[in-house]
Design a binder for this molecule. Structure first.
Ligand code: ZN
Length: 380
């Protein structure tokens, strides 16, 4: 069952409960039950709002290009205000006059049914929330559990009454505190959302973990995740150890796709990237006798030059394709050769990894290097 269905189920249960409690309040005259009825009514509005926002928040148009996802927050603020008014009104009434309670059997029956319904819904929501890995649903299950607490207060009030002690006003006050507590929590959350509050640390750490799982990521320069309308919006700047714009772009595309798949409620991921600044890394294909290799196949070693580092000689093995793969792995920007490789696959591998081949007539690797370096003075 998806989130949409849960919201709908929660609406029907809360709406039925609010009607049942209103009926009970009318029959018994209990103020605590009246408070609970109003509470359930506002909960059913909230569930309906959640359902509608899941259904319609994706609707985008020219005037609202990001969609109408904040409608849910606007609605939740209205519900919060309604709850504050209801809570204050109940509290006021509980002080104003003594409440007479009758028809206790009907009242006890109704509130027991409500209590069991809330407990069952809370249990089911929590189980589904864990299965669907949805923190929203788990959070909702705790709210439903607090609803059960409200019903429990009313039940205790009725039980006292059946022994001849009428404390319904006090219990109504208790329920109104519960309502006010819920209302302020809701309003605080919603105002945070309207002001683009950051996502929870847990969500941010999860995103950070996924980004850093790519070995090309050298540094996360900035990572901003805002939470709005139950959705997350990510904006990040990364430093990538990638040689070409093309490759960096492909990597970032893949990263964005994976984040959107793996992070629940992530609605948008925009990653900017900068290349790491390092001096050019140049390789020279050499054969036996330290001459520049006549062909790709005959190369036995590659001489690596990078400003600020000692030159290195690494062995090369295999056919042209294997050699091309080794050169790509070394993150070379440019390779000095006397002949291009014959294998199209080898050429393709070098191209994909942005390894540029520089053809020379020179036989001496150091002369060829100084020829290239003098041209690349700025970077090499
Ligand atoms: Zn509630």
């Amino acid at each position: 069952m998806g989130k949409e269905r849960w919201a709908l189920l929660s609406f029907f249960i809360n709406f039925t409960l609010s009607l049942l409690k209103l009926l009970g309040a009318k029959v018994t005259g209990s103020l605590s039950l009246t408070a609970e009825a109003l509470h359930s009514l506002s909960d059913s509005f909230a569930s309906l709002l959640a359902y509608l926002s899941i259904k319609f928040s994706e609707k985008k148009n020219e005037r609202f290009p990001y969609g109408l996802y904040k409608l849910e927050n606007l609605g939740a603020i209205l519900i919060g205000i309604f709850l504050v008014l209801a809570g204050v009104e109940i509290a006021k009434r509980s002080f104003e006059r003594r409440v007479e309670v009758g028809n206790l059997k009907v009242g006890i029956l109704i509130i027991t049914v409500s209590l069991l319904a809330s407990l069952t819904l809370s249990f089911l929501e929590r189980r589904a929330g864990k299965r669907l890995n949805s923190p929203t649903l788990v959070a909702d299950s705790y709210h439903t559990l607090s609803d059960a607490l409200g019903s429990l207060l009313v039940l205790i009030s009725f039980l006292f009454n059946s022994f001849g002690h009428n404390y319904d006003g006090f219990f109504a006050l208790g329920v109104s505190f519960l309502i006010l507590h819920t209302a302020f929590k809701l309003l605080k959350e919603q105002v945070g959302v309207i002001l683009d509050i950051s996502a929870d640390e847990e969500v941010i750490n999860n995103i950070r973990r996924i980004i850093l799982s790519y070995p090309e990521v050298v540094e996360i320069k900035s990572l901003l995740v805002r939470s709005a309308g139950g959705k997350y919006f990510l904006d990040a700047v990364l430093v990538l150890n990638s040689q070409s714009f093309e490759r960096g772009h492909r990597l970032v595309d893949e990263m964005e796709k994976r984040l959107l798949e793996e992070v629940e409620n992530l609605n948008m991921a925009i990653i900017h990237y900068e290349p790491i600044k390092r001096p050019f890394k140049i390789g020279v294909m050499v054969e036996e006798g330290r001459k520049i290799a006549k062909s790709f196949e005959e190369a036995k070693e590659v001489l690596i030059h990078q400003r600020g580092k000692r030159p290195k000689l690494l062995p090369l093995k295999g056919k042209e394709e294997g050699v091309a793969k080794t050169l790509a792995k070394l993150n070379l920007d440019l390779v000095i050769v006397r002949e291009y490789p014959n294998s199209p696959k080898a050429k393709y591998i070098l191209h994909q990894n942005s390894v540029f081949l520089w053809k020379t007539e020179e036989e001496n690797p150091y002369k060829a290097l100084s020829e290239v370096c003098s041209l690349l003075k700025d970077r090499g």
